[in-house]
Design a protein around this ligand. Structure first.
Ligand code: PLP
Length: 383
């Protein structure tokens, strides 16, 4: 089976992990710190904190921004459920902003309208979580301008997007947001097995992100409520979690980062080849903004003519031919759990239409040109 996404592990990665296994620290050691430092350098953000996964990093980010059961959080319906679940973990109310059909990213136009209505009704969100779908940044300058106007905090769920850039800044720089999140799940751009990170420009947020990552415990005298009682002393000052990444994982991540530019370059070559093959056919690629480089976590094509039956049949035939096509994503508001919260079919029509039309083709750095040609031929034959 040609997988839709897959990790790329080198001998050097294996050596880096083995080295940690025979060292003194399997967790909370120097390799974890080195990984964070490298992330911070690559992404031009002063603070980077590694987590056990991106979901935990999203949760901690909501907590660091003070999200609680009085608050509203908005995100995109075309994302993995974790982008919305993190707000529910904090007891907040979740709502969605419809997408732009061409890019599948949050629509700036829909956001603007929804903000104006929410402002009149006094129901503005505390936090907006944007999702860089398939690896392409949302239009952050426009989004940030709107959120500044209403004093709303911004989290970039860049789970798909490490290595990409927007307006000449690496994604993760937080030039237009408070916090950026990455995922290092094996299907993503680089992997640590399970893993994630939160990046920020704010020293204050970085302290809170560290606090919620590790039980709400601090050793920093200025955060303590009373006097230090000795060198062993620490205080729990908030209810935190154990969301740390091990040094075993960090060693893999640090080694993978060395090949990040190669990974992005290869994914962009594959994307161009797909684009070329599908231009002037019934299939449309997601449109790419000027001034933006996608990391191409996913390669999605759309066919406006597909009925549900046709899509299911094509999906099954592609899989029979050994090609693991996929669909990203089932709109979050259509999940039974979210329907019980009151969302219904018809709430976000562009997201729902996109879901009918979209198909994910294999995209990863182990994909050969021959395999890609086979995928293209098979799809055009069956399409
Ligand atoms: C993968 C993913 C997540 C969750 O990442 P984990 O590291 O598996 O927790 C969150 N948001 C998006 C958009 C994702 O693709």
């Amino acid at each position: 089976m040609i997988l839709y996404g897959q990790q790329n592990i080198s001998e050097q990665d294996i050596e880096a992990v083995s080295k940690v296994l025979t060292s003194s620290h399997l967790t909370q050691g120097n390799v974890g710190i080195a990984f964070e430092k490298k992330l911070s350098q690559i992404c031009h953000a002063p603070y980077a904190l590694a987590y056990c996964n991106a979901t935990a990093a999203l949760h901690a980010s909501c907590l660091a921004l003070g999200v609680n059961n009085q608050d509203i959080v908005w995100t995109s319906p075309i994302s993995f459920v974790a982008s919305a679940n993190c707000a529910l973990y904090c007891g907040a109310t979740i709502d969605f902003v419809d997408i732009d059909s061409q890019s599948a990213n949050m629509s700036v136009h829909a956001l603007k309208n929804k903000l104006a209505i929410a402002d009149r009704e006094n129901k503005l969100p505390k936090v907006l979580i944007v999702v860089h779908m398939a690896g392409q940044s949302c239009d952050m300058a426009a989004i940030y301008q709107l959120t500044q106007q209403y004093d709303i905090k911004v989290i970039e769920d860049a789970s798909h997007a490490i290595g990409g850039s927007y307006h000449n800044h690496p994604i993760g720089s937080c030039n237009y947001s408070d916090i950026t999140i990455f995922s290092f799940h094996p299907v993503k751009i680089i992997t640590t097995g399970e893993g994630g990170a939160a990046l920020t420009q704010s020293g204050d947020l970085a302290k809170k992100l560290a606090l919620y990552r590790s039980h709400g415990i601090t050793r920093e005298p200025e955060l303590m409520t009373n006097k230090d009682e000795g060198p062993w002393y620490y205080q729990q000052i908030a209810l935190g979690y154990n969301y740390r990444m091990t040094d075993i994982q960090a060693a893999l991540g640090l080694s993978q980062l060395e090949r990040l530019s190669y990974f992005i370059q290869r994914r962009n070559v594959l994307a161009k080849q797909y684009d070329k093959a599908f231009s002037n056919t019934q299939f449309q690629a997601l449109t790419q903004m000027n001034g933006s480089t996608s990391s191409y976590h996913l390669y999605v094509i759309k066919n406006a003519n597909w009925s549900q039956d046709q899509k299911v049949s094509l999906f099954n035939k592609m899989r029979e031919k050994g090609i693991q096509v996929h669909v990203h994503y089932i709109p979050i508001h259509l999940q039974p759990y979210y329907q019980e919260l009151g969302f219904a079919l018809g709430d976000f029509p562009k997201a729902e239409l996109y879901y009918q039309q979209a198909l994910t083709l294999p995209m990863h750095t182990k994909l050969t040109n021959e395999q890609q040609q086979y995928i293209i031929r098979t799809l055009l034959d069956l399409g």
